[in-house]
Design a protein around this ligand. Structure first.
Ligand code: MRU
Length: 344
């Protein structure tokens, strides 16, 4: 285990009997883990964004299924009860496909357990968790190869250890590139309205001793115009068969700006983020969150004339992306080549 990895924060801790979730709503001011012993609690932790980030919510949901089986097995119809919990977990957030990918894996095992269910389900959830960390380390190295001599990058949202099983996707690439000694400067957009960049990314990087520079989202165009960055590096919540990428709201704006300014755009994501059942990003459900996350309190009363439109993801067309990097390989210019070569 590397020094950097040892230092990285952990979004999820599995004790064997319960799931501990780092409450990301209160970071960086407060570091507190909430402990869950049932699937309903895990579903609430996902929908309330105590845990967030596509791979992390998939991993949390897998442990949620284990907790459900622990609660219901071996009562009559225990599988039906677990299935209800799977549906509850699936309803927690709509856009990140990793959630549904992990639940499908758990469901398939549940339908045909080869041995005692608690043991096999636990082993699968732990495997999903461990493989995500390994995937991030592999894509970190691959992404750093592609960044080459780049000296400065901008990232958006938080695609780090906090959003994954560890090491991070976009922040995994940044960790690996920084460790190689070439990357000098990491800019992070604050990522309104939930401030994943301002509250999570700069904090996570600082925890690992990587200096980070926060910018207002609205400073991104001027940052690019000033020639200060070579690449934008982001994660993804869902990548469709044509290479379109759903990610945190604002990613599309950055991609358009990057094209205008000759900055390259990298998306780093594990295979669990791909949805080959969808031809293009037009079919991705974009989560709309509450106006409360956006509006000042004075506009929240029932008779207020001020409302809010709060989509929390957008879709970047493949043609605006320079490289998609996974643990299995990378595609340069996905708009030209598609991403079918990354399909299992
Ligand atoms: O709403 P969030 O914080 O769950 O959104 C997270 C993102 O958009 C991340 O960029 C994405 O999940 C990639 S995380 C490795």
């Amino acid at each position: 285990m590397s020094d950097l990895q040892q230092l990285s924060v952990q979004a999820l801790q599995w004790s064997g009997q319960a799931l501990k979730v780092l409450d990301q709503r209160v970071l960086p001011a407060t570091i507190t883990y909430d402990e869950y012993q049932d699937a309903a609690g895990v579903a609430e932790a996902i929908s309330s964004m105590r845990v967030r980030g596509a791979p992390a919510i998939g991993i949390a949901a897998a442990y949620g299924v284990v907790l459900s089986a622990m609660r219901h097995y071996p009562a009559d119809n225990w599988r039906d009860s677990v299935e209800q919990d799977i549906e509850r977990l699936a309803a927690s957030r709509p856009t990140a496909v990793n959630l549904f990918w992990a639940l499908e894996k758990m469901r398939a095992l549940l339908a045909n357990p080869s041995a005692e269910p608690i043991t096999t389900l636990t082993a699968l959830a732990e495997q999903i968790h461990a493989e995500d960390l390994a995937a991030n380390q592999a894509m970190g190295e691959r992404g750093a190869d592609i960044l080459g001599d780049a000296r400065a990058v901008l990232t958006h949202c938080n695609a780090g250890a906090l959003a994954t099983g560890g090491y991070g996707t976009a922040l995994g690439v940044i960790r690996s590139a920084y460790r190689r000694g070439r990357l000098q400067q990491v800019y992070a957009g604050e990522t309104r309205p939930w401030l994943q960049g301002a509250r999570l990314t700069v904090w996570e990087l600082a925890q690992d001793g990587i200096p980070a520079t926060l910018i207002a989202d609205s400073a991104a165009a001027w940052l690019m115009k000033s020639g200060k960055i070579d690449w934008i590096v982001v994660g993804a919540d869902r990548i469709t068969a044509n290479g379109d990428v759903a990610n945190k709201i604002g990613t599309y704006s950055l991609a358009v700006l990057a094209k205008r300014h000759g900055v390259k755009m990298m998306v780093a994501a594990p295979s669990s983020t791909f949805d080959f059942s969808l031809e293009s990003g037009d079919s991705i459900e974009i989560e709309q969150r509450s106006a409360q996350e956006l509006l000042p309190a004075c506009y929240l009363q029932a008779d207020s004339l001020v409302s809010a439109w709060n989509p929390v993801f957008d879709v970047t067309p493949a043609e605006l992306i320079s490289a998609i990097v996974t643990e299995r390989g990378a595609v340069i210019d996905p708009g030209k080549h598609g991403v079918r070569s990354l399909q299992i």
